[in-house]
Write a protein that binds this ligand. Structure first.
Ligand code: G6P
Length: 610
C-alpha cells in the first residue's frame, strides 16, 4: 500500500521522482504528490487526487519544480478519503517538514489531540500529518534528534521519507514494518518502497531494517539504529532487468506476465534439478527435523493462500504429514498449536505483506522453523526466514498476480519431491513421473498460450453475466478459488468458488437461468463426480463452461456448453496448466468490460497495512 520515493543528487529531482512513482503506482493509485526543495524556489509541494498522470500534467512532467532533492508518494487511502489535501507529502504547519509515509500510525488520534492542545492546526485527515507536525514540534535545530524523538513517540507501521527545509542537502528515511530500500547512485542516493523504482538508476541497494534511520546526501549515506548509533549495512546487487518492469509492447502488464509464465517456471525449476533429482540448496532443514515434524502450517494471503490450498493436497499426498493451510490474518490471532517440531511454510510474492509477516513472526516466536517462498529478493519475509526458496519470476507489476502464483506452485512441487525423497514416502517411478511432467509444464503452457484466442472467444460469450461460480474437487477446487479471485479482482463480476460436492448444501439455491458455472474437471479420478455436479447446475438453468484435459474434452462437452481443453499431464500437475486459462478468462472478460486491468479499483499489490 502506498509507494514512496526519494532522491538527492545533482539533477532535477522532480522527473526522477515521477518516474519512480510510475513504477510504484501498483502499490496505490488514488492520489499522488511530490515535494522538491530548490535553492531559489524553496520548498515546493504539488499534490493531486487521481492517477499519477493528473499530477504529472499539473506539474508538466516535473519541469516546473526546481531542485535536486525531493520525496514523492502514490497513495492507497487509509485515513481520510482520496483528495488533494489528504495526498502526501504532508507538510508541517510552517512548511519546514515534508513527509511521505507508507503504513499506519496507530496512535495518531491521541497525538493529534495533544498537538492541537498545543495550538497546532491540522489541515488533513491523515495519520501522516501527525508525523510532519510532530517533527516540527520536536525540532530545535537538530534534524536527527527531532526524527529520533518523533519515531519514539509514534506507534504503528511506517516507511518514511522526510525532507526538511533547514537541511536541504539531506533526506531522512526510516522504517518499521513497511518496506524501504536505499539506492546508491553516482553522486546521488535514492529511497523507495520497492526496488522496481530504482533499477533504472542503480542496481546497488541496501534494505533498511526495522527501527533503522538513514540520512542521505548526494555523496554520503549513513544508517543508524533507533538511538542514532551508527549501523553498517551490506550492499546488495539487484539483477532484475529494467525491461522486466515495462510493458514491452503488450497492452497490459497482466497479459505480459501471463505470457511470461513458461519462462518464469523454467527459471524457477531448471536450476534446482540435477541428475534427475530435485536439489534445494537453500533448504536448511535436516532429514531428522523433517521426520520429527509434527505438522506443516502453510501461511499466506490472497493468491498465495490459494497456492497454499493446492499445496495442502500436494504435500499431504507426497509427504504423508498433516498440512494445515491458514490465512495469515487468521493465524496471527487464533492461538495456533505450534511446537518446535512445527514447520511454517510462508508464501508471499512481495515478501512484505504485513499479515503474512506478522503471522510468520508469531510462528517463529512459538518455536516453529520457517521456510518461505518469496519472489522479491531481500524482502523482509525472505530475510527473516530460516530458509528462503525464491521464485525467479522477475518483477510482477499487475495487481492481479499470475506468474508469481505459477512459480510458487512450481516451488511447491519441488519441495514436495525433495522432502518425499528425503523421507522415502514416494516410490521412484512416481517421483520420476511427477518430476518429468513438472519439467514439461512450460512447453505445455506455451501450447495453451498459443491458443489464447479460444479463451478470448469464451470471454466474449459470457462477459456480461452478473454472477459466476467456479466448481471443482480437490486440486480443481484450489484452481477454482484462484480463477474466481482473478475474475473478481479485475472484472468486478460477483463470483464464488465452491468445492463441487458442497454446492448442493446451500449455494445451489443461487443458480438460476443465465448463471455461468465454470466446471473444472481436470482431476483424473474425480472427473465423473464433477461432471455430475455440472449436470445438477445445468438442470437448474446454468450455462456451463467446462475445463478438462484434451482426452476428456469430448466427454465433458456432452454436459458443458463450452469446453476449454488443456494438454494431458500427471494429475498432480494439472493446477499448473489449468490456472492459466482461468487467468486468461478473467483477463479477456475484464477487457471486454473495459476495466482498468492493471490497476483494479480499491486494490493494491503490496498490502502493508493490517
Ligand atoms: C494483494 C495482491 C494479491 C496477493 C496478496 C498477497 O492482495 O493484490 O495479488 O496475492 O496481496 O500478496 P503476497 O505478496 O504476500 O503474495
Amino acid at each position: 500500500m502506498c509507494g514512496i520515493v526519494g532522491y538527492v543528487g545533482r539533477e532535477e529531482a522532480a522527473p526522477i521522482l515521477l518516474d519512480g512513482l510510475s513504477r510504484l503506482e501498483y502499490r496505490g493509485y488514488d492520489s499522488a504528490g511530490v515535494a522538491v526543495y530548490g535553492k531559489e524556489a524553496g520548498m515546493q509541494v504539488a499534490k493531486a487526487k487521481g492517477r499519477l498522470q493528473v499530477l504529472c500534467d499539473q506539474i508538466q512532467g516535473g519541469n516546473i519544480l526546481h531542485g535536486a532533492i525531493g520525496v514523492g508518494h502514490t497513495r492507497w487511502a487509509t485515513h481520510g478519503a482520496p483528495s488533494d489535501v489528504n495526498s502526501h507529502p504532508q507538510v508541517s504547519e510552517n512548511g519546514r517538514f515534508a513527509v511521505v509515509h507508507n503504513g499506519i500510525i496507530e496512535n495518531y488520534a491521541e497525538l493529534r489531540e495533544f498537538l492541537q492542545s498545543e495550538g497546532v492546526q491540522f489541515v488533513s485527515d491523515t495519520d501522516t500529518e501527525v508525523a510532519a507536525q510532530l517533527l516540527e514540534y520536536y525540532y530545535q535545530g537538530n534534524l536527527l534528534e527531532a526524527v529520533e524523538r518523533t519515531l519514539h513517540t509514534i506507534r504503528g507501521a511506517y516507511a518514511l521519507g522526510i525532507l526538511c527545509a533547514d537541511c536541504p542537502d539531506r533526506l531522512i528515511a526510516a522504517r518499521k514494518d513497511s518496506p524501504l530500500i536505499l539506492g546508491f547512485g553516482a553522486g546521488a542516493h535514492y529511497l523507495a518502497s520497492d526496488v522496481t523504482a530504482l533499477i533504472k538508476y542503480t542496481r546497488e541497494v541496501c534494505w533498511l531494517d526495522d527501527g533503522e534511520i538513514a540520512e542521505l546526501t548526494a555523496d554520503h549515506l549513513w544508517v543508524y539504529d533507533a538511538y542514532l548509533r551508527p549501523v553498517e549495512k551490506e550492499h546488495r546487487h539487484v539483477d532484475w532487468e529494467i525491461s522486466a518492469a515495462e510493458k514491452g509492447g503488450y497492452e497490459h502488464f497482466m497479459i505480459k506476465e501471463i505470457m511470461e509464465q513458461p519462462e518464469a517456471i523454467r527459471k524457477t525449476v531448471s536450476p534446482r534439478i540435477r541428475d534427475g533429482r530435485v536439489v534445494l540448496d537453500d533448504w536448511q532443514l535436516t532429514v531428522r527435523e523433517l521426520e520429527e515434524m509434527d505438522r506443516l502450517y502453510i501461511i499466506a494471503c490472497g493468491s498465495s493462500y490459494h497456492v497454499g490450498v493446492a499445496a495442502k493436497y500436494i504435500l499431504e499426498k507426497l509427504l504423508r504429514k498433516p498440512v494445515e493451510v491458514t490465512l495469515a490474518s487468521e493465524f496471527r490471532y487464533c492461538d495456533p498449536i505450534v511446537s518446535e517440531r512445527t514447520l511454517a511454510l510462508v508464501i508471499s510474492q512481495s515478501g512484505e505483506t504485513i499479515d503474512t509477516l506478522a503471522a510468520m513472526r508469531e510462528a517463529r516466536r512459538l518455536g516453529a522453523k520457517v521456510v518461505s517462498i518469496v519472489n522479491v529478493v531481500g524482502s523482509t519475509i525472505a530475510r527473516e526466514s530460516d530458509s528462503v526458496l525464491y521464485t525467479w519470476a522477475g518483477p510482477e507489476i499487475a495487481v492481479a498476480t499470475t506468474k508469481a502464483y505459477s512459480t510458487q506452485l512450481a516451488v511447491i512441487y519441488l519441495i514436495g519431491l525433495y522432502c518425499a525423497d528425503l523421507l522415502g514416502t514416494l516410490d521412484r517411478t512416481e517421483y520420476d513421473a511427477i518430476l518429468s511432467e513438472l519439467q514439461r509444464v512450460p512447453d505445455k503452457l506455451e501450447e495453451i498460450l498459443k491458443d489464447r484466442e479460444d479463451i478470448q472467444y469464451f470471454a466474449s460469450l459470457y462477459f456480461n453475466r452478473p454472477s459466476m461460480f467456479f466448481i471443482g474437487r480437490n486440486l480443481d477446487y484450489a484452481v477454482g478459488l484462484e480463477g474466481s479471485l482473478k475474475l473478481k479482482e479485475i472484472s468486478y463480476i460477483h463470483s464464488e468458488a465452491y468445492a463441487a460436492g458442497e454446492l448442493k448444501h446451500g449455494t445451489i439455491s443461487l443458480i438460476e437461468p443465465g448463471t455461468l458455472v465454470v466446471a473444472l474437471a481436470g482431476c483424473g479420478p474425480l472427473f465423473e463426480k464433477t461432471v455430475s455436479n455440472a449436470v445438477e447446475v445445468k438442470s437448474r438453468g446454468a450455462d456451463v463452461l467446462g475445463l478438462t484435459t484434451r482426452d476428456r474434452a469430448a466427454d465433458l462437452s456432452r454436459t458443458a456448453d463450452d469446453v476449454i481443453s488443456i494438454p494431458e499431464t500427471h494429475p498432480m500437475l494439472l493446477p499448473s496448466l489449468a490456472v492459466v486459462p482461468m487467468q486468461l478468462f478473467a483477463y479477456y472478460t475484464a477487457l471486454q468490460r473495459g476495466c482498468d486491468i492493471d490497476k483494479p479499483r480499491n486494490l493494491a499489490k503490496s498490502v502493508t497495512v493490517e
